[in-house]
Design a protein around this ligand. Structure first.
Ligand SMILES: Nc1nc2c(c(=O)[nH]1)N[C@H]1C(S)=C(S)[C@@H](COP(=O)(O)O)O[C@H]1N2
Ligand SMILES: [Mo]
Length: 321
């Protein structure tokens, strides 16, 4: 086995598949009958009254304690440029995406380059559930219950060589299925990458589902990355290829505009985007009347500092944004 794999990073606790009742009652609109209404009004009230309210810090980092974004909002306000640049375009155009069969090609510094079927690489038996905040660089955020396989488990199956220092991912780029590909908004395929220690961190997830349904096409079916302490553009969708490299791979947004989109892209309220502040964010958490709550304060590493800051010890996070 790869000497860089930390066995601790591969362990999964049974609590991870435990269903948090409160979240799901809210989610499926059962609050009115089976949960005291006060619980919901309280949240709504807090959003209205308090302007820049700090995000909560979770007791369990694998399960954010913030109220969930509604399924309807999380699946209709999307960034997936392969289907167009409008927030509603992915839902409008991604419905026809063919996700079966789906192969993922694994190459680069591995024992043996080869293709895997989705189930070979992400078997049902390895699936866990995580509730994470997702913070877009555009200063909006959501709270989403994901189902998937810890990236460390996926990497173990890929059998990388010990000198693999980075992992890169490519999205599907099929102009016959993805109308946005015919536009030169980005260079295709969409590519993202992580340093190996980031990829092996227990928070890094490859998601195959959300809200206990299979991943909707607009959210990156059938498999996407979720790295909750980084800006959303790192969480690449509809992955068809994984490559292991010695050198830092080129990534789509960083290549296009390095002054605005760093390779690391760790959520950091102290480093403004050149065109806007990153101090606060609009949480997509509709109370029924509108999609957005007022602004809340953005937390360092999106609230996951305790879990991940040791990965960046000694780095100047203003320079390496
Ligand atoms: N292939 C691909 N992956 C992508 C994107 C994209 O345009 N193409 N957009 C990114 C951005 S900017 C964000 S914020 C998240 C949004 O994920 P969501 O639409 O599921 O909320 O997906 C990321 N992954
Ligand atoms: Mo984003």
């Amino acid at each position: 086995m790869n000497s860089k794999l930390d066995p601790k990073a591969l362990s999964v606790t049974p609590e991870e598949v435990y269903l948090q009742r409160r979240h799901y009652l809210r989610l499926f609109g059962m609050a009115a009958t089976t949960w005291p209404l006060a619980g919901c009004t309280e949240d709504a009230k807090q959003h209205k009254v308090i302007d820049v309210q700090a995000n909560s810090v979770d007791a369990d980092p694998m399960r954010a304690s913030d109220p969930l974004t509604r399924f309807e909002d999380a699946t209709s306000y999307n960034n997936f440029y392969e289907f167009g640049t409008g927030k509603g375009d992915p839902r409008r155009h991604a419905g026809q995406l063919r996700t079966t069969p789906w192969e993922i090609h694994v190459s680069g510094l591995v024992e043996e380059p080869r293709s895997f079927s989705l189930l070979e690489l992400l078997p049902e038996t390895s699936r866990v559930e995580r509730i994470y905040r997702l913070r877009c660089v555009e200063a909006w955020s959501m709270v989403i219950p994901w189902q998937g396989v810890p990236l460390a488990k996926v990497i173990e199956r890929c059998k990388p060589l010990p000198d693999a220092a980075y992992i890169a991912f490519d999205s599907l780029a099929d102009p016959t299925q993805m109308p946005g590909i015919r536009q030169a908004t980005l260079e295709w395929p969409y590519t993202e990458a992580l340093r190996m220690d980031e990829a092996l961190h227990p928070l890094s997830l490859m998601a195959t589902g959300m809200y206990r349904r299979s991943l909707p096409p607009q959210n990156g079916a059938p498999v996407r990355l979720v790295v909750p302490w980084k800006y959303g553009f790192k969480s690449i969708k509809s992955i068809v290829s994984i490559r292991f490299t010695r050198e830092p791979p080129e990534t789509t947004w960083n290549r296009m505009q390095p002054s605005e989109y760093g390779f690391f892209a760790n959520v950091n309220p102290d480093v403004d985007h050149p065109r806007w502040s990153q101090r606060s964010e609009r949480r997509l958490a509709g109370d029924g009347n509108r999609a957005f709550a007022p602004r809340i304060a953005t937390l360092p590493f999106n609230g996951y500092a305790k879990q991940v800051e040791q990965l960046y010890r000694g780095m100047d996070l203003h320079q390496w944004f």
